[in-house]
Design a protein around this ligand. Sequence first.
Ligand code: MRU
Length: 360
Amino acid sequence: MPDIAAASLDRHDTIRAVNYVEGGLRLLDQRELPFVEKTLECRTAQEVAQAIKDLVVRGAPAIGIAAAWGVVLQARTLAAAARKVDLATLLPTFDVLNAARPTAVNLAWALARMRAALAQAEKAGAASDPLAALTAEAHAIQIEDLAANRTMGKIGAAFFGDDIGVLTHCNTGSLATAGFGTALGVIRAGFAAGKIAQVYAGETRPWLQGARLTMWELVRDGIPAKLIADSAAAHLMKTGAVQWVVVGADRIAANGDTANKIGTFQLAIGAKHHGVKFMVVAPWSTVDLATRCGEDIEIELRDPAELLSMSGKRTVVDGADAWNPVFDVTPEELIDVIVTERGAIERPFAAGLARLAARG
Ligand code: MRU
């Protein structure tokens, strides 16, 4: 692992998109970026679920963290009304939050942690404070995610040669996590280590996470970055400008198949064709050993309206329809390395993931 000073990582860790304050969850509204930096405050779990659905908060780790705080908000409401805070009273809240988005497993993972914390508090009986236990668990989920990202940054950057070009997709930075980012964290660490000369970010149609969010983070950080149309990726690889494609993940199955933002699969195909290395970066909370392979991952289909217009302006003739799957699955054979905070693994991934699971 390269010895990247904490201070140089700190310089690239300045954005917090999810902030809990007593009784409210403040979310940097990602629908408005990059031109408007506006905070939306959720005061109920229902509002948090809606914010996740509407992409006010997005990115696999960030939606897990937000959902955990959503549980805390409902627990506070129950406590304020002198109602019991237990699994029975919170079950509908867990269900509403879990249903907000289907593909990123971090959502279900965070809620499972919150349930386990609650169950433990219940077991402790009269002496326990379930609200305090839930609040502590939500804090832990958020803090651990930030630490995981900083660790993954160093592990991932160790794979890079000197003076390289990197292509990334979607937004995997501070906006998508507790801070620093997963794939973007590796890019930040690689830049801090002096290894990355140029970053390319795909626009990520239709929601433009790459254009609106990743470019905002990279420009703020002073990292040399160029935006490309998603359709320019294969041509970019052919020119020899990039040596690595580095992406995040929404769910990694037990065999290494990886669901991520729509368009990731075609980047992996292009990378294999051009001899460009392909790295997936995700915290252990994104690994789902209960899902055998990519075939078993539910792919979220969103409103066709997201495709039929840009910035609220219709771009397609009235009467036209669209198909809008927002994730795809990259088969494990197209991936060179998976980086988690528990370590990096190369193929065969099934054995590597089982090995990392045992480290937990
Ligand atoms: O639909 P989004 O914006 O939530 O999709 C996000 C992605 O696909 C990211 O690449 C993934 O969640 C990893 S974020 C660290």
